[in-house]
Design a protein around this ligand. Structure first.
Ligand code: ATP
Ligand code: MG
Length: 482
C-alpha cells in the first residue's frame, strides 16, 4: 500500500494532522483509510450524504487540513469552502481524474510499489487513529477519538468465541456505509482480516440490492432495521432467489421481536438472524448474539468487556438482576479515548471508575442477554410511567397495512406526555388512522395507548437506519402551533 508513503513523503502530512474521507462505499475506501492511519495521520470519515454546511462543520471541528474525496462529491466540497476556517492543503480525488490542476488524483498517488513506507512511531493506545463522528441523532455529531488499539481489539472481540464467522471467502454484502463505525468494522476491518469476498454497494437501491444478493450468492449480510423491514415486507423480494443467505445481522438501531420473526418466516432457510449493539464510542461493539439468538435481544457481552447499570432517575449504580431496568454502562478496551475537544461531554459520559454511559436503557434476562428498550432521552413519560417508543413501533410494523412507523411524545396537560404514531401505509391498504390506533391500543396497557395516528409518506431516518424523531417532534410542534 503506497498511499501512506505518498501522504507522508509527497504531501508532508505527519502525526497529529487530520485527513478527511468523503466518499460513498467504493473499492478504494478501506485502502485509503488504512493508508492514512498507517503513517500516524488521523482519519476522519464523513457521511457522503452531508450538505455543504455539514461538511464544513466536520472539517472545521476535526481540524482536518486535507481530504480524500470521491469525484462525484467535489461540487459539495466547493460549496462548503466559504464556511471553512482554513483552506484545505490537499484535495485527493478518487474516481474520475480531476480537471482542477490543484487537485491530486488518488490513482497517481497510489501507483508506487509501497516499498518505501516510512517508519512512524505510533502509540497504538494513545494516538488518535480514527475520528468518526457520532450519528447526530440526539444533537450535533461529536468527534469520537479512537486509537489503533480500540479498533483492532474490537475486531477480535467481535470474532472471539465464534460470534462472527472467521473463515476465508465468506460472501458478504458491504452495503452498510463505511464512514460509520458499524459498516467500517463489519464490512471493512473484519472482512479484510478474515479474507471475505465483499460485494460493495454505494447506496441502497431495492433492485440492485436484491440482484446483488441473488447474482453474487451472498451468504452473510450486515444490515440495519429498515432493511430488515424491507426484506420482511416488500413485495419485490418474492421475485428474487435469496436462498444463498445463511446469516443476517442487524444493529445500529432497535429491531423488535415481531419484525425479526416476520423476516424469519419469509426467509426460512436463513440459519440465524442476529443482533448486535454498539455505539461509535465503543469502536463500536459491546454486545452480539451468539449463533443461538434470543429474538428481541441484542446478545451478550463480547470478550474483555464489563457492564453495569445506573438507575435511570437517580443515576446511582444498581444491581443487575434479571428484569431490572437500568442505563447500560460499559467498560472495556474498545471504549473511546474521549470526544475530541469536548472535555465536559467526555466527563459527563464517563463514570469515575471508567465506564462509558451509553444513554440507552435496557434489561438483562437470566442468561445475561441484553434487551435494549430505548434511549433514555426518548422514553415517553405518561403520568410518570415510562413508555418505550420502539416497543410500539415494532408492533405497528407487524400490522399488514403498515410499512413503517415512528412514535414520539406529544405534550399533554394532564398526562405530561402521550405517545403519538406517524405511520406509513402499505400501498393499497384501506385502514384509517383510527382503525390502526384502536388495533394497537387493544394490544397494550392504558398508559401505552396512542393519542393519535397520523399517516405520513416516509419516516425520516439517517443512513444507519435511526429514526430522526427530533424532525417528527418539530413537525408535531408546528402542527400544534397552527
Ligand atoms: P448521537 O450520539 O450523535 O446522538 P447516535 O447515538 O445515533 O448519535 P451512533 O454511535 O451511530 O450515534 O449510535 C449509537 C446508538 O445506536 C446507541 O446509543 C443506541 O441508541 C443505538 N443502537 C445501536 N445498536 C442498537 C440495537 N441493536 N438496538 C437498539 N439500539 C441500538
Ligand atoms: Mg450516541
Amino acid at each position: 500500500m503506497s498511499l501512506g508513503t505518498a501522504i507522508y513523503n509527497d504531501l508532508g502530512m505527519k502525526k497529529g494532522s487530520v485527513m478527511a474521507i468523503l466518499s460513498p462505499n467504493c473499492l478504494e475506501y478501506v485502502p485509503v483509510l488504512y493508508g492514512i492511519m498507517m503513517v500516524g495521520v488521523t482519519a476522519t470519515t464523513l457521511n457522503p450524504g452531508y450538505t455543504p454546511g455539514e461538511i464544513a462543520y466536520q472539517l472545521n471541528d476535526s481540524k482536518a487540513d486535507s481530504i480524500v474525496i470521491h469525484a462525484a462529491l467535489l461540487d459539495n466540497l466547493k460549496k462548503a469552502e466559504p464556511e471553512l476556517i482554513k483552506p484545505l492543503k490537499h484535495v485527493v480525488v478518487i474516481g474520475d481524474k480531476p480537471e482542477n490542476s490543484e487537485h491530486l488524483w488518488y490513482d497517481d498517488l497510489a501507483a508506487g510499489d509501497g516499498e518505501s513506507l516510512p517508519k512512524v512511531d505510533i502509540d497504538v493506545k494513545r494516538d488518535i487513529a480514527l475520528l468518526p463522528y457520532s450519528s447526530g441523532t440526539t444533537g450535533r455529531p461529536k468527534g469520537v477519538a479512537l486509537s489503533n488499539f480500540n479498533l483492532a481489539v474490537n475486531v477480535t472481540q467481535t470474532q472471539d468465541g465464534g460470534l462472527m464467522p472467521i473463515e476465508h471467502g465468506v460472501k458478504q454484502l458491504a452495503l452498510l456505509p463505511l464512514f460509520h463505525m458499524y459498516g467500517l468494522l463489519m464490512c471493512g476491518n473484519i472482512g479484510v482480516r478474515s479474507g471475505w469476498t465483499m460485494s460493495i454497494l454505494p447506496a441502497f437501491d431495492p433492485v440492485e440490492f436484491l440482484e446483488t444478493i441473488q447474482n453474487d450468492k451472498i451468504e452473510l449480510m450486515h444490515i440495519v432495521p429498515p432493511l430488515v423491514v424491507f426484506l420482511a415486507k416488500h413485495p419485490l423480494v418474492d421475485n428474487y432467489d435469496l436462498t444463498s443467505i445463511k446469516s443476517i445481522f442487524s444493529a445500529a438501531a432497535p429491531l423488535g421481536r415481531d419484525t425479526a420473526e416476520l423476516l424469519a418466516k419469509r426467509l426460512p432457510w436463513v440459519d440465524t438472524i442476529r443482533q448486535g449493539y454498539g455505539m461509535t464510542e465503543m469502536s463500536p461493539v459491546s454486545h452480539l448474539d451468539s449463533d443461538q439468538p434470543t429474538m428481541g435481544s441484542v446478545g451478550v457481552l463480547v470478550s474483555n468487556t464489563e457492564a453495569k447499570f445506573l438507575d435511570p432517575e437517580s443515576h446511582e449504580e444498581i444491581e443487575v438482576t434479571p428484569g431490572q431496568v437500568g442505563e447500560l454502562c460499559i467498560r472495556g478496551p474498545q471504549v473511546m479515548l474521549g470526544y475530541l475537544n469536548r472535555p465536559e461531554e467526555t466527563d459527563a459520559t464517563m463514570t469515575s471508575d471508567g465506564f462509558l454511559r451509553t444513554g440507552d436503557v435496557g434489561h438483562m434476562d437470566e442468561k445475561n442477554h441484553l434487551f435494549i428498550h430505548d434511549r433514555l432521552k426518548e422514553l415517553i413519560k405518561v403520568k410518570g410511567l415510562q413508555v418505550a417508543p420502539t416497543e410500539l413501533e415494532d408492533h405497528l410494523i407487524s400490522h399488514p397495512s403498515v410499512s413503517d412507523a415512528a412514535v414520539i411524545a406529544r405534550y399533554d396537560e394532564f398526562a405530561g406526555e402521550l405517545p403519538k404514531a406517524y405511520v406509513v401505509k402499505t400501498a393499497g391498504a384501506s385502514e384509517t388512522e383510527e382503525n390502526i390506533r384502536e388495533w394497537l391500543n387493544g394490544l397494550h396497557a392504558k398508559h401505552k395507548h396512542l393519542c393519535e395516528v397520523e399517516f405520513i409518506d416516509a419516516i425520516p431516518k439517517n443512513p444507519s437506519g435511526k429514526i430522526l424523531r427530533r424532525l417528527l417532534r418539530d413537525k408535531e410542534k408546528a402542527s400544534q402551533a397552527e
